[in-house]
Design a protein around this ligand. Sequence first.
Ligand SMILES: NC(=O)c1ccc[n+]([C@@H]2O[C@H](COP(=O)([O-])OP(=O)(O)OC[C@H]3O[C@@H](n4cnc5c(N)ncnc54)[C@H](OP(=O)(O)O)[C@@H]3O)[C@@H](O)[C@H]2O)c1
Length: 335
Amino acid sequence: MVGDDREGMLTATAVSQSATDPLSGLVLTDAPIPEVRPGWALVRIVATSLNMHDLWTLRGVGHAPEDLPRVLGCDAAGYDADGNPVVVYPIIASTDRGHGDETLDPQRALLSEKHDGAFAEYLAIPERNLIPKPADLSFDEAACLPVAWGTAYRMLFTLAQIRPGTRVLVQGAGGGVASAAIKLALAAGAEVYATSRSAEKLELAESWGARGVESGGRLPEKVDVVVETVGEATWSHSLKCLRPGGTVVIAGATSGMNPPADLGRIFYQQQRIFGSTGCTRTEFVDLLRMIAATGVRPVIDRTMPLDEIHKGFQLMTDGDLAGKVVIHPPAPEGA
Ligand SMILES: NC(=O)c1ccc[n+]([C@@H]2O[C@H](COP(=O)([O-])OP(=O)(O)OC[C@H]3O[C@@H](n4cnc5c(N)ncnc54)[C@H](OP(=O)(O)O)[C@@H]3O)[C@@H](O)[C@H]2O)c1
C-alpha cells in the first residue's frame, strides 16, 4: 500500500563505475517516487536482496556508462497499490520477441539494467511482473527468490532436466545461486555434491543433505550434471567431474570469464554445455509452487537496512557470505 504522502524516497543508486573500487560508485541518495506509466504498477518494497549482478554493474561489466545513474537492485517483495503482498518477476521482456521464452528476447532487461531497480522504497514495474506472494513465505524469503532461485530453477529443471537420483555437482556452495541449486536439487530427490573454499560453508551444505567436497577435490564418482556459477576457478574441475554425455549448466563466472576451454575433453567425452540466464515468468511461478509444496526455503545470511548496503556488498566481495543478504528500505510511517 502506498501509505505515504512524501514525494521523495531513499535509494542506492549507481552513479559511476570502477573495476577496482566498485562500491565508490554506489551512493545513497534521495529520488522522486517513480511515476507509473500505463500498464505498469507501483510496489512499496518491504525487502530486496543483493546479487553479484549489482557488483558487475558497478564494475562496468555488462552495463553501459550512459545508462547511469541507475537505482540498482534486481529482487523485490512488497505491496502493490491495493495492498496485496507481491513478489516481483525481475525480467522486463517480451515473450513474442523471445519466440515464446522471454529470457531469449534480445531486448530483455533484468530489473536495474534499463529501468530503476529495487534498492529504494518504491519500484515501478510492468503489471505482468507482479506475482502474488505465497502466504507462507515471509517478505525476506520472497525477496531472495527472483534472481538467484529463479536462475537455479531454470538451470536444474528446464536445461539440465534433472530427476530423482540425478547426480549433481554444485560449485561454490556459499553463493546465492549455488545455495539455491543445492536446496532445489535435494528437494527434487537428486544426489548432490557441493564444493566450497570454506569448511563452514561445506558444513552448512552438508546440514541440508549435500555431500561436501573442498574446492577442486576428488569426487567418489562422476556426476550427471554440474551447476557452474564460479567460472575460471572451477571450470576445469567441473569438466573433469562430469560423466561422458553429462551436462554443465553455466549461469555465471564470478572468478573470471576465460578458463582454458579443454575442447578435447568436451568433444571426446561428448559433454554438453548450456548457458543459462534468468528464468521465464512461468518458471518463476513454478518455483514458487515448488517452494510451497516442498517447504524448502532460501538461506539468508543476514538482513540489514538500506543505508548499510555498502557493508553487505563488501561481505559479498570478500566471499564472507553463506546465502543471501536481505535489505530493508525504510518503512513509511505507520506501516
Ligand atoms: N545468468 C544469470 O541469470 C545469473 C543469475 C544470478 C547470478 N549470476 C551470476 O552467477 C554468479 C554467482 O552469483 P551469486 O549472486 O550466486 O554470487 P555469490 O552469492 O557472491 O556467490 C559466488 C560464489 O562463488 C564462489 N567463488 C567466488 N570466487 C571464487 C573463487 N575464486 N574460487 C572458488 N569459488 C569462488 C564462492 O563460493 P564459496 O565461498 O562457497 O567457495 C561464492 O559464494 C555471478 O557471477 C553472477 O553474476 C547469473
